[in-house]
Design a binder for this molecule. Structure first.
Ligand SMILES: [Zn+2]
Length: 65
C-alpha cells in the first residue's frame, strides 16, 4: 500500500517512498524550486498585480470620505 502525498511545489500526487531522495516532492526539480524559494526573499509568487485603481472601485465609499 502506497502513501500518496501532494508535491508542495506543483501539487501533483506523489507516492511516498522511503527511498525517495526528494520526498515529499515529486522530483528533484520541484525540490530545488521550493528550497530556492525558502533561500531567497527575492522569490516572488506569480499572482494578479496589485492595482490601486481597482482597489478604489471595489470600495467607492472610500473616495467620498
Ligand atoms: Zn512537483
Amino acid at each position: 500500500m502506497a502513501t500518496i502525498v501532494k508535491c508542495p511545489t506543483c501539487r501533483r500526487d506523489v507516492p511516498w517512498r522511503d527511498d525517495s531522495p526528494c520526498k515529499p516532492f515529486c522530483s528533484e526539480r520541484c525540490k530545488s524550486i521550493d528550497l530556492g524559494a525558502w533561500a531567497s526573499n527575492r522569490y516572488t509568487i506569480p499572482g494578479p498585480p496589485v492595482d490601486d485603481d481597482a482597489f478604489d472601485v471595489a470600495d467607492p465609499r472610500a473616495r467620498d470620505a
